[in-house]
Design a protein around this ligand. Structure first.
Ligand code: SF4
Length: 77
């Protein structure tokens, strides 16, 4: 899944699918309301709106959130 050209390489929130428990604990941590649980995993619902400041990091007891170059398709996964 390739990111939109405008997002390619920009730092945005990412979810480690191997670590995520789908608990939803992280959802309130995004001030832009961009985290959701779908299919048992946290997802970034709109990568274009992620400010890349990482305010969600540290709100996951499973250490599943990270910042990295955008790899989400348009509108998240
Ligand atoms: S990223 Fe962490 S806090 Fe968010 S749903 Fe997954 S396990 Fe829970």
């Amino acid at each position: 899944m390739a990111a939109e050209p405008a997002l390619a390489g920009r730092l945005v929130a990412g979810v480690d699918r191997q670590r995520c428990l789908g608990c939803g604990q992280c959802l309130p941590s995004c001030p832009n309301g961009l985290l959701a649980v779908r299919g048992g995993l946290a997802v970034l619902t709109d990568a274009a709106r992620c400010d890349g400041r990482g305010r969600c990091l540290g709100h996951c007891s499973a250490d599943a959130l990270n910042l990295g170059p955008c790899s989400w398709p348009t509108g998240g996964a």
